[in-house]
Write a protein that binds this ligand. Structure first.
Ligand code: PRP
Ligand code: MG
Length: 177
């Protein structure tokens, strides 16, 4: 059953208090990837969810770097292109950029300008939704190239930070904390 599988995954996410700084309880997705059977259950749930969406996903994007653990797997399963959204300065050629706020200062995400055609239905994948800053920058990149975010698909959501409220696109998360 789906809820049992989700609990299995939840039980394999290790928590680290005070990382990367005091007061933060870090949820480590890599502890799931260390268990091949649990990792495969997780990928299976993500892929089945995408198959169940009412609109056909034409492009899968994911956020540098932990989104890359899942995005390409979903894209392969769907047999659609995978397009990375990277932190600044990593992608060659013509790029579009969007900045987002960090606790101190800001960061920038980039996508290759001609990687997705106008009007395409796009899925955005990441491991974690916290403040929603990264994901809302990713969605504005997709909007700026004229494509459409059909859904943001997230493995873990820190609900108390209300990141979901920053996003116009629907958000689906497997594990809520
Ligand atoms: C983490 C996480 C999400 C983002 C969530 O990435 O993987 O991408 O933060 O935070 P937000 O909702 O407050 O924007 P991080 O930038 O730490 O880098 P990484 O994926 O390369 O580890
Ligand atoms: Mg990240």
């Amino acid at each position: 059953e789906l809820s049992e599988k989700i609990e299995l995954i939840r039980n394999h996410v290790q928590s680290f208090p005070d990382f990367p700084k005091p007061g933060v309880l870090f949820k480590d997705i890599f502890s799931v990837l260390r268990e091949p059977k649990v990792f495969s259950v997780l990928c299976d749930i993500l892929c089945k969810h995408v198959k169940s969406l009412p609109s056909k996903i034409e492009y899968v994007t994911a956020l540098d770097s932990r989104g890359f653990l899942f995005g390409p797997i979903i894209a392969l399963d769907q047999q659609v292109p995978f397009v990375p959204i990277r932190k600044k300065g990593k992608l060659p050629g013509d790029i579009c950029s969007a900045s987002y706020k960090l606790e101190y200062g800001e960061d920038t995400l980039e996508i290759q300008a001609n990687s997705i055609p106008k009007g395409a239905n796009v899925l955005v994948v990441d491991d974690l939704l916290a403040t929603g800053g990264s994901l809302s920058a990713a969605c504005s990149l997709i909007e700026s190239i004229g494509a459409k975010t059909v859904e943001c698909l997230i493995v873990m959501e820190l609900t108390s930070l209300k990141g979901r409220e920053k996003l116009k696109a629907p958000v689906h998360s497997l594990l809520k904390y």
